[in-house]
Design a protein around this ligand. Structure first.
Ligand code: HEM
Length: 76
C-alpha cells in the first residue's frame, strides 16, 4: 500500500471509511439513525480535516470536539 499523497487519496480513503462505518452493526446506527448524518455535506469537511492533519493545509478551521459533544448529548 502506498502513502497518501494528496486530497484525492484522502477522499478515497475517507469515503471508503464511511461506507464501512455506516454498514457496521455496532457504530453504523450512530451515524445513520442518531446523528442522521448528511454524508454529502460532511465528506468535504472530513477531507479538510484529514488534509490539515496529514499535509498541514490549514483547510479545516472548525471545532471537531463540539460535534461529538453534541452527539454525546443525544447518545452517551
Ligand atoms: C465512533 C466514533 C465516531 C462517531 C460516531 C462520530 C460521529 C460524528 C458525527 C455525527 C459528526 C457530525 C457530522 C455532521 O456534521 O453531520 C462528526 C463530525 C466530525 N468528526 Fe466524528 N465521530 C467519531 C469519531 C471521530 C474521530 C476518531 C475523529 C478524528 C480523529 C472524528 C472527527 C470528526 C470531525 C473532524 C468532524 C467534523 C466536525 C465539524 O467540523 O463539523 N470523529 N463525527
Amino acid at each position: 500500500m502506498r502513502d497518501l499523497a494528496d486530497r484525492s487519496d484522502v477522499e478515497e480513503l475517507v469515503s471508503g471509511f464511511y461506507r464501512t462505518a455506516f454498514a457496521d452493526a455496532l457504530i453504523g446506527p450512530i451515524f445513520t439513525e442518531i446523528a442522521r448524518m448528511d454524508l454529502e455535506r460532511h465528506l468535504p469537511i472530513m477531507c479538510d480535516f484529514w488534509e490539515t492533519v496529514l499535509f498541514g493545509t490549514g483547510a479545516y478551521r472548525r471545532n471537531a470536539l463540539q460535534a461529538h459533544v453534541d452527539l454525546n448529548a443525544l447518545s452517551p
